[in-house]
Write a protein that binds this ligand. Structure first.
Ligand code: FE2
Length: 192
């Protein structure tokens, strides 16, 4: 008879959090996100130790291995820099045609998706929302709520991450609080 083994990793579906000794965790604090937000004076007045988002992920195989999958979660704290909500840095996949799923667990936010031509669309994230990020689209998540926004993600093990394209090019739009409501505001591209 075969033994029934226990999994190396567990997920708490109420919080999206992962447990297990194979999990990696990372934090992004405001001081690590210089240049991300439009309101530089407001940014300079804020505490660089302010936590903006945390990431947990499980890579059961080596990064770059074709055909595998990774799993993770991100929690974005509520907050703003000036009138712009806290958000992730955003990225494309280094293997540009690799797709990804994002599913929100708690909180409220917006997923920004930008194609290679620089056209951007915005999709609501709320508990239970499931977003498909097609290959070729840069992606960024913005917390537009008053509470932490947590979402889980699943992506190919050979996708990789390219942060420099978004950092140099921007996202085409910003999510700003106008009259206390989140609005998608077009901006002039800041790079090629
Ligand atoms: Fe991704």
């Amino acid at each position: 008879m075969l033994d029934i083994s226990t999994t190396r990793v567990t997920i708490d579906w109420l919080t999206g959090r992962l447990s297990g000794n194979a999990i990696t965790s990372k934090e992004k604090r405001l001081g690590q996100l210089a240049g991300l937000f439009r309101h530089q004076e407001a940014f300079a007045r804020m505490d660089p130790d302010q936590l903006v988002y945390t990431v947990q992920y499980w890579m059961p195989i080596d990064e770059g291995t074709p055909g595998g999958l990774f799993w993770g979660n991100t929690t974005i704290e509520p907050g703003r820099v000036g009138d712009e909500y806290f958000m992730t840095a955003g990225h494309c996949h280094a293997a540009l045609n690799r797709a990804e799923f994002y599913a929100a667990v708690k909180g409220e936010g917006v997923l920004l998706l930008m194609n290679e031509s620089g056209n951007t669309r915005a999709e609501k994230m709320h508990p239970g929302s499931l977003s498909y990020i097609p290959g070729g689209f840069a992606h960024r998540v913005v917390n537009t709520g008053q509470t932490p926004l947590t979402f889980v993600a699943c992506w190919p093990s050979d996708a990789g991450h390219d942060y420099t394209t978004v950092a140099s090019r921007g996202f085409g739009v910003r999510i700003r609080s106008i009259d206390d409501l989140p609005q998608v505001i077009q901006e002039v591209a800041c790079g090629p």
